[in-house]
Design a protein around this ligand. Structure first.
Ligand code: SAH
Length: 252
């Protein structure tokens, strides 16, 4: 029997045109496609007609496939000699549990290859014209999750001290607490901040505001998950905050 193989593939932030050529080719070669729920279903047009497509989406708080079941499905198909495309939103190794999936496959002796994708934390700010590391005002960018396993603490004070741009994934549910900690650590309530939901997709919604106004801005604009939060002077470079210090919705 021909040995199977799993490709851990990043599908990019949403817009299918931001998927890599390699991802598109491998989708066409796969016998089985395991899809996360943040993956735009438009990618299915690249899948071979006789391939099996399995939805293994798992969103916080929603009906979900346990991670162990995803591992089992990858192993089952690869050990039966199939080519598996495990398609994940953004980049598989950025807050995507791709590392755990790779470890599981390696431990079982299954061939695995990782195909990077464009992560939401990079692609989504770009759509609003936010240059994450504009050299006038940011010498670093930190990608951080707002949601940790078992509520393990995050050193928000330390992150506030970097003076660089903060890009927060999965930050909506805990946003009030995160903002309070950043303000307590000395960040200015006037620091520009933005939130973008469904970035790069037709249903994209965004708010550009200030750190102090950020928690109130989300319900006011009906913005929820999945969203990226960006905090830092670079948000101001996009121009919107300087034009209008009040909360404004960006029209693209
Ligand atoms: N591996 C993914 C991240 C998975 S964690 C990546 O590299 O992009 C899921 C979080 O990513 C969401 O809660 C949200 O914070 C962010 N996210 C993913 N796609 C997004 C999009 N199109 N717009 C805004 N945020 C997005």
């Amino acid at each position: 029997m021909k040995p199977g193989k799993v490709y851990l593939i990043g599908s990019g932030p949403g817009d299918v045109e931001l998927m890599t050529l390699k991802a598109v080719r491998l989708l066409g070669e796969a016998d089985v496609v395991l899809l996360d729920d943040l993956v735009n279903r438009e990618v299915l047009r690249f899948v071979a007609p006789d391939a099996e497509i399995v939805d293994v989406g798992k969103r916080g708080g929603c009906k979900s496939t346990p991670q162990v079941s995803i591992h089992e499905q990858m192993l089952k198909h690869a050990q039966a000699g199939r080519i598996v495309a495990r398609l994940k939103g953004g980049d598989p190794f950025v807050f995507g549990r791709g590392g755990e999936e790779m470890q599981c496959l390696v431990a079982a002796g299954v061939a695995v290859e990782v195909v990077s994708g464009v992560t939401a934390g990079v692609a989504v700010p770009a759509v609003l014209g936010i240059p994450l590391t504009h050299r006038d005002c940011a010498r670093s960018v930190t990608f951080v999750t707002g949601h940790t396993r078992n509520d393990e603490p995050t050193d928000w004070r330390g992150l506030a001290g970097t003076g660089g741009t903060l890009v927060i994934y999965m930050g909506i549910a805990n946003l009030s607490r995160i903002v309070a900690e950043l303000l307590a650590a000395g960040l200015s309530p006037m620091l520009p901040a933005a939130v973008i939901q469904h970035g790069t997709l037709p249903q994209q919604r965004s708010v550009v505001t200030t750190l102090g106004e950020l928690p109130a801005a989300l319900p006011a604009h009906g913005i929820g998950s999945p969203a990226i939060v960006i905090i830092g002077e670079v948000v101001g470079i996009a121009g919107y905050v300087s034009k209008n210090p009040a909360i404004c919705e960006v029209q693209l």
